[in-house]
Design a binder for this molecule. Structure first.
Ligand SMILES: [Cu+2]
Length: 505
């Protein structure tokens, strides 16, 4: 079919050519030339009008889809400055664009070749040269200066406390790293990169041990509202580009040289969704395209504005899987973000600690581990205090251990007990019972004595740390209160325990 069309078109062209030839031989060469010139000049004018009207109409039609217009005002504090920079540039370039196009086609029309019309040769004109050099130079100076001022403001490094996030580009994913509760990203070394360590983290560095790594494409990257976020952008293999259009953030990711971009999100994802889905006074959607179903196969499912997410993309053609470097970003209120951060697991403690390839495997307790345990202890106490359930008021010491058969604390037991001291200071009305338990191995009477001695040891330790003895009791229950069956080794291990119960608060 296409082939047939092409043949037909070719025939038409040849026939038209023949007709023109015939006409020129009848009417004379010059007359035909004139008619053709007039036709082309006229055609140029028609094109000019259609083109300019098309530009204006399409800009008007799609204005709500363009960043900086309609609902798409920037979701970061610096974004507005960049948008206004674009608008100022457009203010100068749009009139020039329209004027030069009108001039171009108008000249072609007005001065088309005609019998007896001569071309004027203008070899040189100083005045003209000066005018068309100075005007653009002044405009350019102004634009560049305004651009530089904005750029310096946007790119200035930060001296206020900020949240640092690292984004590492690789073919074809973004690996995000958060600093953990010390707020500092740990050191890396590319020589350490292997199957168990995709970023080359130095696990002997204390700052690395609490770092959180998120590399799954489906995991949403969360950032806090109203807090300065500094992204450390880097790459593992080739050039990538960290691009979050709604934030007006875009920066190359270069292997070996980290680049930075800082921004303050000022619109939560939820607020942006509301903005896209807003209704006008009559109750009609202001942006109807956002009220279409997000999934065409599910007409009753969530609408596009409800499913909206900020997107991090790679804006560098980094290879054939380039398009798949997409991560969703969610801006949430600061408290929600902090809550979310607390619940993120340190990569090291979740995947490396205690394994064969753990460089710290000979160290029993790491400082970061103690911090992590303290954090969890605080959380557990808070939950227990808030709970109405009696059973939830009893908490086991997870890291308090005794030398086998004795009531002497092992050296690493003191950390958790000190967390309890802190909790007793934080909640001055909280009174507790300390309880020792054993398994059923051995003589029940000596088990009773042992468990009692152990509870007393803990009691004494707390008193030595400054806790008033009036707030605590210590009891030994021996093997009388097993948690699980004493028939298995695991059951017995669970039954040998020291715990405390919140009696009042
Ligand atoms: Cu890329």
């Amino acid at each position: 079919m296409i082939f047939l069309c092409l043949i037909l078109i070719a025939i038409v062209v040849v026939q038209v050519g023949k007709v023109a030839e015939l006409a020129s031989s009848i009417r004379g060469e010059e007359e035909v030339q004139d008619a053709s010139n007039s036709f082309h000049a006229m055609f140029g004018m028609v094109f000019l009008v259609l083109f300019l009207v098309g530009c204006v109409v399409s800009a008007w039609m799609y204005k709500d889809s363009m960043l900086g217009y309609g609902p798409h005002t920037a979701a970061t504090e610096h974004g507005g400055a960049l948008d206004s920079l674009f608008n100022v540039t457009l203010l100068f370039t749009v009139p020039v664009f329209i004027a030069t196009h009108i001039a171009l086609f108008w000249f072609a029309y007005k001065y088309k070749a005609k019998e007896g019309r001569r071309v004027m040769f203008l070899a040189h004109d100083n005045k003209l040269e000066v005018i068309w050099t100075i005007i653009p130079a002044v405009v350019m100076c102004f634009l560049v200066m305004k651009g530089l001022v904005t750029w310096n403001k946007v790119m200035a490094d930060t001296d206020t406390p900020f949240v640092e996030i690292e984004a590492t580009g690789q073919q074809f994913a973004w690996i995000m790293r958060y600093p953990g509760d010390d707020g500092v990203l740990g050191t890396k070394n590319f020589r350490l990169i292997d199957g168990t360590n995709e970023l080359g983290m130095d696990w002997t560095d204390e700052k690395s041990q609490d770092d959180i790594i998120s590399s799954a494409a489906g995991e949403v990257v969360k950032v806090p509202l109203g807090k300065e976020v500094r992204v450390r952008i880097t790459a593992k293999d080739v050039l990538h580009n960290f691009d979050v259009p709604h934030f007006r953030v875009k920066m190359d990711a270069v292997p070996g040289i980290p680049s930075y971009f800082k921004f303050v999100p000022n619109t939560t994802t939820e607020e942006y969704r509301e903005r896209l889905g807003q209704l006008d006074k009559e109750g009609n959607p202001m942006y109807p395209e956002w009220h279409m179903p997000a999934d065409e196969d599910e007409p009753d499912g969530p609408k596009r504005y409800e499913a909206f997410h900020y997107e991090l993309a790679c804006a560098e053609l980094c290879g054939k899987g380039h398009y798949s470097m997409k991560r969703l970003i969610e801006v949430v209120p600061l408290e929600e973000w902090e809550e979310w951060m607390i619940n993120q697991k340190s990569y090291y403690f979740a995947n490396v600690r205690g394994k064969d390839f753990d460089p710290n495997k000979d160290t029993k307790v790491l400082p970061a581990e103690i911090r992590m345990r303290s954090k969890n202890f605080k959380k557990d106490i808070k939950t227990a205090l808030a709970s109405d359930d009696e059973a939830a008021k009893t908490l086991q010491f997870k890291y308090v251990n005794f030398v086998t058969g004795s009531s002497n604390l092992t050296p690493n037991s003191k950390y958790e007990l000190k967390d309890l001291v802190k909790a007793l200071e934080s909640y001055p009305k909280m009174n507790i019972e300390l309880a020792g338990h054993t398994d059923n191995v051995g003589d029940p009477t000596s088990n009773m004595t042992l468990s009692n001695d152990r509870a007393q040891t803990v009691f004494q330790f707390l008193v030595d740390q400054g806790v008033s003895s009036s707030r605590m009791t210590a009891v030994g229950y021996g093997d009388s209160k097993p948690m699980e069956s004493n028939d298995t080794a695991e059951g017995r291990a669970k039954n040998r325990r020291t715990e405390f119960t919140i009696k009042s608060n």
